[in-house]
Design a binder for this molecule. Structure first.
Ligand code: MRU
Length: 350
């Protein structure tokens, strides 16, 4: 069995009062670790996508709150809670779509509220809870990978979109976690990665991870998916999710819906890999906020203009795949099949 570099890799880490992460905007050309001591810098790193991917965003935001607690000079519980609330609001306003952000921040604030004792006890509890979120993320992804690997046959070619790998989580990955688990079991798996315009997470990050792990990968542009399916080149699609609703609507990187429609047309199974922390059982689809990002992401590639200056741009970062296009959703607890409105609540909130 071959040793996978990204089985042990950590996207984001806590180093005694410092948050360290690999700068994903520089990958794959440069592998640079950046360190932050201030939660406001962490918030900026989430917003400008130094760190990205729903579970990684959640874990990083948790570490942002840990920084706020760790470096706080508060002498009373009231002062500390006020500082934490301020940090919470700033971290919460970074990216609106990935539900893991709110899940992680709320979880830390609940611990802060619940903890009895003085300022030091609350600070310690906040840091410990953030570290627990990081450790759990890896365990959950490995379990999700193991469960999802049942769906993979020896010799399969899997299409994935964006990056739902180790770099999108604390480690191991969700969609790519399934691929990794299958490879670790000795199955031969090939991946087709879409480049994922506008930010190129597929071309830059998925390709980087898979090549580093010695997993065969072929890069295509986003508009080649239909042709590849028409040619019978794809056995399965596996993508990640930024938010899965109780009725099975999947919100994920822009372009996911197009792939799901094509998969349905060509009878290719369309799987979503999502830890239960990516489910949102409270909102309906019309209440979900789809992030719209800087037009420069569309008009420029790595600072180079590709169109006429000043052109009107629409740049939604995510889209919505309706439940009827989703073959199954893989979580760390079970593989969820339709009808989703019945089966999701049973698995996610048993
Ligand atoms: O804008 P990004 O790069 O944060 O978007 C990432 C995705 O859409 C991923 O597919 C999703 O977060 C799942 S990551 C396990």
């Amino acid at each position: 069995m071959h040793k996978l570099f990204f089985s042990e890799f950590r996207t984001v880490e806590w180093r005694d009062g410092i948050v360290a992460m690999v700068d994903q905007n520089l990958l794959p050309w440069e592998f640079r670790i950046v360190e932050f001591r201030d939660y406001r810098e962490v918030a900026k790193a989430i917003k400008n996508m130094t760190v990205r991917g729903a579970p990684a965003i959640g874990a990083t935001a948790a570490l942002g709150l840990a920084l706020a607690a760790y470096h706080s000079k508060a002498t009373t519980i009231e002062e500390l809670m006020e500082e934490l609330r301020r940090a919470y609001e700033i971290l919460k306003s970074t990216r609106p779509t990935a539900v893991n952000l709110f899940w992680a921040l709320d979880r830390i604030m609940q611990v802060a509220h619940r903890t009895r004792g003085g300022v030091n006890e609350v600070k310690k509890a906040v840091v410990e809870e953030a570290l627990r979120i990081l450790e759990e993320d890896i365990k959950v992804n490995k379990k999700l990978g193991e469960i999802g690997s049942e769906l993979i046959n020896d010799g399969d070619t899997i299409l994935t979109h964006c990056n739902a790998g180790a770099l999108a989580t604390v480690g191991y990955g969700t969609a790519l976690g399934i691929v990794r688990a299958a490879v670790e079991q000795g199955k031969r798996v090939r991946v087709i990665a879409t480049e994922t315009r506008p930010k190129l997470q597929g071309a830059r990050l998925t390709v980087f991870e898979l090549i580093k792990d010695g997993i065969e990968v072929t890069l295509i542009t986003d508009n080649m998916v239909g042709y590849c399916m028409y040619k019978g080149m794809i056995d399965k699609v596996i993508v990640g999710a930024d938010r899965v609703l109780a009725d099975g609507h999947v919100i994920n990187k822009i372009g996911t819906y197009t792939i799901a429609v094509l998969a349905s047309r060509h009878e290719v199974p369309f799987y979503v890999a999502a830890p239960t922390s990516s489910f949102d059982l409270s909102l309906t689809i019309d209440q979900v906020v789809i992030e719209e990002r800087d037009p420069r992401e569309v008009t420029h590639i790595r600072g180079v203009p590709i169109t006429i200056e000043g052109v009107k741009v629409f740049n939604p970062a995510f889209d919505i795949t309706p439940p009827e296009l989703v073959t199954a959703i893989v979580t760390e607890k079970a593989i969820i099949k339709p009808p989703y409105d019945k089966n999701i609540p049973k698995v996610v909130r048993p």
